[in-house]
Design a protein. Structure first.
Length: 255
């Protein structure tokens, strides 16, 4: 759901996109295809999201009281097994390429409200990195989405938790935004003794019409591939399993 590593097969859709990816990306994203990080101030919605980072953090804190129930990323997506192991990278998914994790969203209604302020929001989750975690270099599957991070829990000192995209490096700050093109090779370090947590969002890359329509069509195709559908089934299974029996009865969810 984050990357298609070498050797991971998702069938015809993946092969078709990989073959067509380079010429399509050169056509659609020619002006800034080499750009790694983007100025958050150039996105009108960023200020309103940052203004409510505290309410998002509050819902995150509630989730962390049951941290052991939040699934490890590789347990949701087999494609991430080359990036992480054990409980070093946990993810609490809300959306994946437009598919809504209903049970998880019900536990974070304020976060969902904030996410709805983001035009073209495709995917969203809480990304939880353990102390001393390093995510090795990898890259996203499609240049038509940009990666947005809102810092929620960022250890000090500044710079001990950081990301490299291409040859450029930036650091997270609590309540502050970061936007980058994850189709470039990138890696992450959390060199601290405490966890780093961000609200992790994929948004449609701004493009003029008709390029925006073509990009949206490709995102629609990706959303219906097994690399998205199968992990989202696992997300729902984990969400149901972590819900108390009494709550499942109240919501009418089958056991």
């Amino acid at each position: 759901m984050v990357a298609w590593p070498k050797g991971y097969h998702t069938g015809g859709v993946r092969n078709m996109l990989l073959m067509a990816r380079r010429p399509i990306e050169q056509l659609l994203f020619f002006p800034d295809r080499h750009k790694t990080f983007f100025d958050p101030n150039s996105f009108p919605w960023v200020a309103s999201v940052e203004a409510e980072w505290g309410v998002v953090r509050k819902e995150l804190d509630a989730l962390l009281t049951r941290r052991e129930e939040i699934p490890n990323f590789q347990d949701i997506s087999d494609a991430q097994k080359h990036l992480t192991e054990g409980d070093q990278w946990k993810t609490f998914w809300l959306y994946a390429y437009g598919k809504k994790a209903e049970e998880n969203c019900a536990r974070c209604p304020e976060t969902v409200r904030v996410l709805e302020k983001i035009p073209g929001m495709a995917s969203a989750m809480f990304s939880i990195l353990a102390p001393k975690k390093h995510i090795p270099e990898h890259r996203g599957l499609w240049k038509g989405v940009l990666r947005y991070h809102l810092g929620l829990v960022v250890p000090k000192p500044l710079g001990s938790s950081r990301i490299r995209v291409g040859k450029d490096i930036q650091c997270w700050e609590e309540g502050k935004s970061m936007i980058f093109d994850d189709s470039h090779p990138h890696e992450v370090w959390n060199d601290c003794d405490s966890q780093r947590i961000v609200l992790f969002v994929d948004v449609e890359r701004p493009l003029p019409f008709p390029l925006a329509a073509l990009n949206r069509t490709i995102i629609w195709i990706i959303a219906r591939s097994p690399s998205v559908a199968e992990p989202m089934d696992r997300v729902r299974n984990y969400a149901i399993a972590s819900t108390k029996p009494a709550d499942r009865g109240d919501k009418g969810v089958a056991a």
